[in-house]
Ligand binder design. Structure first.
Ligand code: ZN
Length: 225
């Protein structure tokens, strides 16, 4: 595990390597950022936004929190969305959850974890509202993956109902919301087919995405011995 002094040395080497390959790289970035995407992901150390989709600095505006949640009363996340949409004029909001999320696991279990339980309560409520569906998946891993996916689908819905996004769509601004989930076991990102835009039938898209996620969880469940 690298120490902070090692990280500073790594940074100097990285900056040197980047400049060697592209001498104007930092000059360009220093002038301004023009990202096309806002990434909302989990704080988990295994899910670094730019690295897993292989894009350089300057391409993605990033917000991360425990279990990648978009809560309407969270001034931090709501400000990030508003700044990204209204000021940076990003065209895509990517909400990316991941399998094996400890935040999702903590929200799903009946144990106390301290202050963070307030933050996770939104997910606990979500899982309770899908209790019948989750109970129908006997395999623990498949159920946990379904919970991650339900979390993402819910956040897509939450983003679509923010004042910022509603206003953007109303004035004709190009903007779409995508729900993805990352598998830490193989490094692959899956599109949960819950993309929303100004003209989409949000309820139909969301219920369809939930149905696909449920079908997948149940079929994996059946294939288990
Ligand atoms: Zn996580």
């Amino acid at each position: 595990m690298p120490e902070p002094t090692d990280m500073l040395a790594n940074n100097r080497q990285w900056a040197h390597d980047v400049s060697s390959r592209d001498p104007d790289f930092f000059n360009r970035l220093a002038r301004q950022q023009t990202p096309d995407c806002l990434w909302i992901g989990c704080s988990d150390s295994r899910v670094p936004a730019t690295q897993i989709v292989d894009v350089p600095p300057g391409e993605i505006f990033v917000h991360r929190n425990i279990a990648n949640q978009v809560i309407h009363s969270d001034l931090n996340c709501q400000s990030v969305i508003q700044f990204a949409v209204d000021v940076l004029k990003i065209r895509h909001i990517l909400i990316c959850g991941h399998y094996g999320c400890s935040g999702i696991a903590a929200a799903a279990e009946n144990e106390r974890h301290g202050l963070v339980d307030h933050w996770l309560r939104h997910l606990t409520d979500l899982f309770e509202s899908h209790q019948e569906l989750l109970d129908s998946v006997a395999d623990d891993r498949s159920r946990s993956q379904l919970q991650s996916e339900l979390g993402v689908i819910k956040q897509v819905s939450n983003i679509a109902t923010t004042v910022t996004v509603r206003d953007a769509w109303q004035r004709g601004q190009e903007l779409s919301i995508h729900g993805w989930v990352y598998d830490v076991a193989d490094g692959l990102v899956k599109d949960l087919q819950v993309t929303l835009g100004p003209d989409s039938d949000d309820k139909a898209v969301i219920s369809n995405a939930i149905a696909i996620a449920a079908r997948t969880a149940r079929s994996e469940n059946q294939s288990c011995p």
